[in-house]
Design a protein around this ligand. Sequence first.
Ligand code: UFG
Length: 353
Amino acid sequence: MRILVAGGAGYIGSHTIVELYKKGHTVVCVDNLYNSKLKVIKNIEKIIGTNIPFYKVDCCNKKKLETVFKKESFEAVIMFQGYKAVGESVKKPLEYYRNNIDSALTILELMDKFNIHNVIFSSSATVYGKNCKSPIKESDNSQCLNEITNPYGETKAMIERILMDKAKSDKTFKAVILRYFNPVGAHESGLIGEDPNGIPNNLMPYIAKVATGKLPYLNVYGNDYKTKDGTGVRDYIHVVDLAIGHVATIKCFNNKKTNLWIYNLGTGKGTSVLDLVKEYENANKLSIKYKIVGRREGDIDKLYCNPKRANEELNWQASRTVNAMCESSYKYEFNNKISGGELCQKTKKLKKK
Ligand code: UFG
């Protein structure tokens, strides 16, 4: 199948393009490079050994995006585009609602206009809200509505709702909603991985910067949660397993029984912050300095999924170990030449405030 990948230069999009090519699919990639770099496209091309058509286009710009729909032919769209930082979304809600909802609607309207019926949407476990009990099943979020804690999560839930309503109104329209747990790690080549701007908000990229000396130590946000060692427990999934999960859903489009699918993509296993630190140290034979500090606002004790539906219906399972996640994360960070000094300066300034 030929697929338009919106936000294909980003962390999950780039790994998915690689896995799509492995299975014989081809892509057209659009990305505004807001949170990614053109170098990522070059590195994807190095891994797959062929060039991919790339357009630097903002998916909110209907006129420009329409030129891509006119020029290229494809049968499905994967929507990775969108802002994704939880904390930033609390500070800039209007930007998040405008960008995430607008880009999704623009793509869906163009799909309608150009008779493209198949879409895969990059959603998040954040739609389960703060009170869902782990392990979480796909059906659990109906009980947890109104418990989403940030605008980023609200945009994911709203786009899910838009897709559900569209699927109800148009039986030729087929939508797959994928709720990611905590994607981490990088491609084994070390060429693509997670490259957040500035100081990372998420645990694994932060550990990677401590491991390579770009940041002095990790802040562990709380050790008084109701978990085995008191630190937060999450369902970390290797980004390559996650990417393979997307490829596995393509067969849904041939299923005539229904036209909307929702899947959790996670391992079903919980790992604490301190577990992850230990695994990182063992996998890469180094030591990670950390300090226990207060809880981060909005965090919950445990979040992991029941992945049974994806395991059974898609014949997909996350198989890569936490060790492999840590090893690949370090390899990518090591290869990735970001100035470490600059980051350390920024941390010092923040601490003074
Ligand atoms: N943590 C630290 N120190 C840090 C960063 C994180 O101790 O510097 C802890 C957190 O308190 C939490 C765990 O590490 O217990 C994981 O935190 P992350 O920020 O890596 O991930 P979250 O689970 O908070 O959020 C992630 C994504 C969201 C997504 C959510 C869905 O960032 O986009 O998973 O499960 F919505």
